[in-house]
Design a protein around this ligand. Structure first.
Ligand SMILES: [Ca+2]
Ligand SMILES: [Ca+2]
Length: 194
């Protein structure tokens, strides 16, 4: 009898915990929200995402324009990832390629990340001091407009044999590489029903 009671208490606790976790993960319920006092709340973070695949010759750059025509921009993030080609034949090693990305904001601030790897990624991020509260009281135009994302393919290591190859007769040239750009930005927008 006592064992059953303990089991019921334990079961009740587990159910309570599951519902607590569920409501924490579930976020806002569907439907109209209660009215918010002026200047507080009523804004929610919206995420915009774009994926671009491309490829570049060794020592080349490719520009991609991204229009962020939104107010209250909170973050603008670009990740460039790549993987070197498989070797043409056994016995060769495809040496690492150097790739990078430069991101220029509409205000002209530019940031760059670059590295050398057989498989890798680099990330550039801009953040703005915007919150739900600042969005509601005074719209921010920081970061609004055209961003320029430049994918850069630098020196590409060739496919080299394990034995010395002074004349390069056994070496296979690596002339470039493919890449993927993940462009994500977040901004606060008026919540539906607010
Ligand atoms: Ca290579
Ligand atoms: Ca390559």
């Amino acid at each position: 009898m006592e064992r059953t009671d303990n089991l019921m208490v334990l079961l009740g606790t587990v159910i309570l915990m599951i519902s607590l976790v569920g409501s924490a993960l579930g976020g806002q319920p569907e439907g109209p929200r209660p009215p918010q006092p002026d200047g507080v709340g009523g804004f929610e973070l919206v995420t915009m995402q774009q994926t671009i695949t491309g490829s570049g010759q060794e020592n080349s750059e490719t520009e991609h324009g991204v229009e962020a025509n939104v107010t209250n921009l909170a973050t603008f993030t670009v990740t460039l990832s790549w993987q070197d080609e498989p070797e043409n034949r056994p016995g060769l090693t495809n040496q690492p390629d150097t790739l990078g990305v430069t991101v220029a904001s509409p205000a002209g601030e530019s940031r760059n990340e670059m590295k050398s790897a057989s498989e890798g990624s680099v990330k550039v991020e801009f953040t703005f001091p915007v919150t739900e509260k600042t969005a509601a009281s005074k719209p921010s135009k920081a970061g609004m407009g055209r961003w320029v994302v430049t994918a850069e393919v630098g020196p590409c290591g060739d496919q080299t044999p394990a034995v010395p190859d002074p004349l390069g007769l056994r070496t296979v040239a690596d002339n470039g590489n493919a890449y993927t750009l993940e462009i994500t930005y977040t901004h606060f927008a008026k919540a539906k029903g607010a």
